[in-house]
Ligand binder design. Sequence first.
Ligand SMILES: CC(C)(COP(=O)(O)OP(=O)(O)OC[C@H]1O[C@@H](n2cnc3c(N)ncnc32)[C@H](O)[C@@H]1OP(=O)(O)O)[C@@H](O)C(=O)NCCC(=O)NCCS
Length: 302
Amino acid sequence: MIDINDIVFIPWDESKRLEIIGGLGPVRTWTEAQGRQTFGEDRDGVKPKRCRVMRGADGDLVGVAAYGTNDHHPAYLYAYVEVAEKYRRRGVGKRAFAEVCRLAGHDGRDFDTKYLLDTPAHRFAEAMGFFRIQLVREPIVDVGALPDRDYGVTEYEPAKEEVPDDAVEAWGRFYEATHTWSPPRERDLAIWREDFFSVRAGRFFEVRVAGKVVGVGFLNDSFSDDPQEDPHPIFAGCSVDPADPEGPAIVTAMLKAAAVYSEDGRLRIEMDESNRATVEAVEPAVVYEAPAADIAANARLA
Ligand SMILES: CC(C)(COP(=O)(O)OP(=O)(O)OC[C@H]1O[C@@H](n2cnc3c(N)ncnc32)[C@H](O)[C@@H]1OP(=O)(O)O)[C@@H](O)C(=O)NCCC(=O)NCCS
């Protein structure tokens, strides 16, 4: 049993990371993997972050309550709460979110969060007052079934060091075009660069026409800790202008380049509804459409 009033909120201690992550267990979903990126020491300044480890009176790990900031959605603070399995459905998550709200008290921004449809996280977010803004699908696509396209694709690795400035800016423009609900704050190349490439090292692909970047994409390893679960690398990208008539062909060219890194030529595609060119490009080759529980939604507080 746990008495909510006994829970203590302790600032993150990096030297205890392994114990805390071990106590929570491996991530089960990519939204959890993304949420855990809020774990870490507090940060002030342009990208504030707070993280509290919840422990019971006996020191047992109960969960983590955190928020971070992200230049993808700078109008919001990204809230993430995780409760150890044995303590769930006892009001701990609710208590944790109250603490997240308290910690953010002076910031003035609302929260957003991300969850998979029809999961406890979805129900929990709704119970906390979040409503849905945008859906992200993640189908598995047989890239070999797509036609070859005549666009040259350049590839960078490691992404962080080598990607040219205009490609980073192109990603920013694409991002703005597909996130009108949460426009990025005034652009600064250093911020884009840090934000796009600090999350996890991946491969970066770009397509140029007459020297201008017209397509951008990332390829990352499977988010799952368990390679049996879904071994497919994850591609996320689009034509810089999602409405570009050549967009689907540009995306297809990047997928062909990325599929080389997949053992069976299949990729998992992370795409939200607004990535129109990507949706159109992959549709004919979808071999697995995730059930609702694998579809993520961005949500924000009313
Ligand atoms: C989502 C999570 C944090 C909920 O923690 P919790 O301690 O179980 O949540 P609470 O007991 O405080 O639940 C508060 C309300 O959320 C809703 N809720 C939470 N879990 C639910 C579930 N499994 N099914 C239906 N409703 C649920 C209910 O409305 C609940 O109120 P009630 O118990 O009075 O009905 C927990 O399941 C978790 O850690 N999941 C993995 C991490 C994650 O996905 N976090 C989501 C970030 S938005």
